[in-house]
Design a protein around this ligand. Structure first.
Ligand SMILES: NC(=O)C1=CN([C@@H]2O[C@H](COP(=O)(O)OP(=O)(O)OC[C@H]3O[C@@H](n4cnc5c(N)ncnc54)[C@H](OP(=O)(O)O)[C@@H]3O)[C@@H](O)[C@H]2O)C=CC1
Ligand SMILES: N[C@@H](C=O)C(=O)O
Length: 264
């Protein structure tokens, strides 16, 4: 337990699963909390438990982040509350439906939550962090941002967005004192799977607990990792994938098509 306040952490999707574990761990690390989700009762129950256990201030905000008005309300809160030092962009939904079997309106809602809300909330807080030369954003992506064929394609693409957004933010914020960590969970035992349409995954032997996922990701944050993949046993495999990706960058721009297109 930490009795010195580290400022306030705003956590989206804090009423259940990974977000609720972040709330628990961050309160125990000394953060006051603002918990955001749609289920007010679940947020209130968690807030009551955490403030009793840790003595930290825990506020709740009921908001549907796929709804424009609710999202703007949380953006305003991020702009106006100068105590906020950490944003956890965790709220997200997934699906196992194939692209063509999925309802396009549901896919649009998924994009609104997984991409638009995460982007707008990041824009709402980062300028203040840059001004203060301090602050942390934790963005929850997924291993399907890389392993795109595993689940629903729109979901995978939304998580690839989070990874790419993080890469560029990390590059632009280097040296400012502001940190951005991108976390890529693999299958984690939460209600995500009930909503995604494959509840059995929660009990699969290869599925990680949300406790282990968050504890490892926070150690990754402490260790200065930009991208944390708690389930990946061989950390060097990620490093070499990243090195190969970055090595390609200077090779893309060229006025002439490559010889394999046989245009010359
Ligand atoms: N579980 C897994 O296997 C994996 C999960 N992830 C990612 O982890 C993150 C957390 O998921 P996880 O904890 O597993 O899932 P859960 O379903 O357990 O939790 C999702 C949280 O997001 C909230 N939420 C959902 N929709 C909205 C909305 N429209 N507005 C505001 N809050 C919303 C839910 O609360 P409420 O319903 O009260 O709004 C809940 O608190 C997601 O981004 C997910 O994509 C990544 C890889 C694997
Ligand atoms: N990352 C999980 C979902 O997003 C999975 O690997 O199944």
């Amino acid at each position: 337990m930490n009795s010195t306040s580290k400022g306030t952490a705003l956590i989206t999707g804090a009423s259940a699963g990974i977000g609720a574990i972040y709330a628990d761990r961050l309160a125990k690390r000394g953060y006051d909390l603002i918990l955001v989700a749609r289920s007010g009762q679940r947020l209130d129950d968690l807030a009551a438990r955490l403030s009793a256990e840790t003595g930290r201030s825990v506020k709740t905000v009921v908001a549907d982040l796929a709804n424009t008005d609710d999202l703007r309300r949380v953006e305003t809160l991020l702009r106006e509350d100068a105590t906020i030092t950490l944003l956890v962009n965790n709220a997200g939904v997934g699906s196992v439906a194939s692209i063509l079997a999925a309802d396009v309106d549901e896919m649009e809602q998924m994009i609104a939550l997984n991409i638009t809300a995460l982007t707008r909330l990041t824009y709402a807080i980062v300028p203040a962090f840059v001004e203060k030369k301090a602050g942390t954003v934790i963005n929850i992506s997924s291993i399907v941002g890389i392993a795109a064929e595993l689940l629903n394609g729109v979901y995978s693409a939304s998580k690839a967005y989070v990874l790419a957004f993080g890469h560029k933010l990390q590059a632009e914020l280097a040296g400012t004192g502001v940190r951005v960590q991108t976390v890529l969970p693999a299958a984690t035992s939460t209600e995500f799977w009930d909503i995604a349409g494959h509840a059995a995954q929660k009990a699969n032997p290869s599925t990680m607990s949300a406790d282990d996922l968050v504890d490892a990701a926070l150690v990754g944050l402490d260790q200065g990792e930009l991208v944390s993949i708690p389930t990946l046993q061989d950390g060097a495999a990620w490093e070499s994938w990243e090195a190969a990706r970055r090595a390609l960058t200077p090779n893309f721009a060229n006025a002439k098509p490559a010889p394999r297109y046989k245009l010359a």
